[in-house]
Design a binder for this molecule. Structure first.
Ligand SMILES: C=C(O[C@@H]1C=C(C(=O)O)C=C[C@H]1O)C(=O)O
Length: 490
């Protein structure tokens, strides 16, 4: 016998995820109210949710990896170094999808309506993201992700998960959410949720096979000369005065060997969070595919009227020798090319946030942001919002910053697919979550890969400016690819 959540657990009821009797009664009550409210709303359906505490040793990422049903959507957003901040999710009570230029506003409006009617616990003292949330991401381009391998990753795709777990330090909460229709039998909905909760298992992410039976094969989708040529053409257009900056990326595929098991996103996540604890370790699983990233770049974080972001651009390698490593960082700080590349991003973010803010403040000088395999110039930016602009809309205003797009955007945007020659899908798009108060957080899905069966597509790009050297930019994509390639190409 052991005591869990204030109720006595027996051997047959040992799951740490099941609600205490009081939590279950509250969930049932919320479902009943939602059922009645559903008769009064135009859509005929209302969200109901309940939240309770979990023991501090539950692994939110390990749990969704171990517990997902085949084909079920799943989501991970974890930043280990930030006091173990994590938000992970399973299942889909409601899917919010849109495409085109207005896709952020469209899904934000649908989420706002759902959140306004939702029957849930009051926003309490739990970690950010406790309670019902919408999780997911956006393609880089307004209609991106048309290639067949991006199936399941719509240009805007947020989902209200059935189960969400948040963690901050030792404070963990589980939220279970259902969409209740006017004619639903609450007992059935409760039984379905109970069954879902009983299936949850806490386990560490699986360990990757260190010596797979056959070798993986790595292949650039386009030859490296194609990339150097693209950079050269971009430099010519910049020197001709047509634009200041454009970010160009490459796709590299990792194929598992004959007879080998498919790529294992859970195992990859386990390695990434150990190797990149300061980064956003994210994953959106859709159908048989998983899009994952270890990204150093915050796009937007909103907490009430406070908003924060990071202008990240300009890169150099790291060294195992601390003196050389610092020397490389200082050289980056002095590099006129990288400083200008970075300032373009900072200026645009400030300009974008200003009309919606009482004040916007950024550091005078960029700092060096060190990630395991690379260092960047970064300027943290904070703003006090003047009005209630939700996190999804803020993401839409900012995306794509010139850290992943270009300046001016109307010139750079059509050049990107033209010169790159592949579909970015969700690469370099925003991935994250929003709560019912429209607070939340989105990172930019960099150092990312799309895993489908035995094929992993990895992406890396660099900012091209007038002084860019094609060979050096190709080398920089290689450094960036070193986040994921060694994990996928064992
Ligand atoms: C585009 C990527 O990274 C971006 C480009 C950078 C640069 O050009 O120096 C640095 C950080 C990111 O904003 C990528 O990792 O794919």
């Amino acid at each position: 016998m052991r005591t869990v959540l204030g109720h006595t657990a027996t051997d047959t009821d040992a799951s740490p995820f099941l609600p205490a009797p009081g939590d279950r009664a509250r969930l049932q009550h919320h479902l009943e109210i939602a059922g009645r409210r559903a008769r009064t709303v135009r859509s005929g359906a209302v969200l109901a949710a309940a939240t309770w505490a979990l023991p501090p040793d539950v692994d939110p990422t390990g749990t969704v990896v171990a517990s997902r049903r085949s084909g079920e959507p799943w989501f991970v957003f974890e930043q280990p170094d930030r006091d173990g901040a994590a938000l992970t999710a399973l299942g889909c009570a409601v899917a919010l999808e849109a495409h085109g230029e207005d896709r952020f506003a469209a899904v934000a409006a649908r989420w706002r309506r759902l959140a306004a009617d939702a029957v849930c616990d009051p926003r309490g003292d739990g970690p950010r993201g406790s309670g019902p949330v919408a999780v997911g991401g956006f393609s880089f381009a307004p209609d991106g992700g048309r290639a067949p391998h991006w199936e399941g990753f719509a240009p805007a795709s947020l989902q209200v998960p059935e189960v969400a777990i948040v963690r901050r330090g030792g404070d963990l909460r589980l939220t279970v959410t259902a969409l209740v229709h006017a004619d639903d039998d609450v007992a059935d909905v409760l039984a379905r949720l109970d069954a879902r909760l009983r299936e949850l298992r806490d386990a560490p992410p699986p360990v990757l096979d260190p010596s797979p039976v056959s070798r993986t094969r790595v292949a650039s989708t386009m030859p490296p000369e194609h990339y150097e040529g693209a950079v050269q053409r971009a430099v010519e257009r910049i020197r001709a005065g047509r634009l200041q900056k454009v970010v160009l990326a490459r796709e590299v595929q990792v194929h598992t060997g004959p007879g080998a098991a498919p790529h294992d996103p859970g195992g990859v996540l386990g390695v990434l969070r150990d190797a990149f604890p300061s980064c956003y370790i994210v994953c959106a699983g859709r159908g048989d595919s998983a899009f994952l990233a270890a990204s150093p770049e915050l796009l937007i974080q909103r907490d009430g009227l406070r908003a924060g972001t990071l202008a990240l651009a300009g890169s150099t390698r790291r060294s195992a020798d601390p003196a050389v490593d610092d020397h490389l960082g200082e050289a980056l700080l002095r590099s006129t090319k990288d400083r200008e590349e970075q300032a373009i991003v900072t200026r645009r973010i400030e300009r974008t946030l200003a009309p919606h803010s009482v004040w916007v403040t950024s550091a005078e000088e960029p700092i060096v942001v060190k990630v395991a395999n690379i260092q960047h110039l970064g300027t943290p930016i904070r703003a006090q919002l003047a009005s209630h602009v939700g996190v999804i809309e803020l993401a839409g205003l900012l995306h794509p910053t010139p850290a992943v797009g270009g300046e001016p955007l109307p010139v750079a945007a059509p050049m990107i697919p033209e010169l790159e020659g592949f579909d970015r899908g969700w690469y370099a798009g925003p991935v994250g979550w929003a709560d019912t108060g429209e607070d939340g957080e989105f990172c930019v899905a960099l150092r990312s890969a799309l895993l489908t069966g035995g094929v992993a597509r990895c992406f890396a790009g660099v900012g091209v400016v007038r002084d860019s050297d094609p060979a050096a930019e190709l080398a920089e994509t290689e450094i960036k690819l070193q986040a994921l390639l060694p994990v996928l190409a064992l």
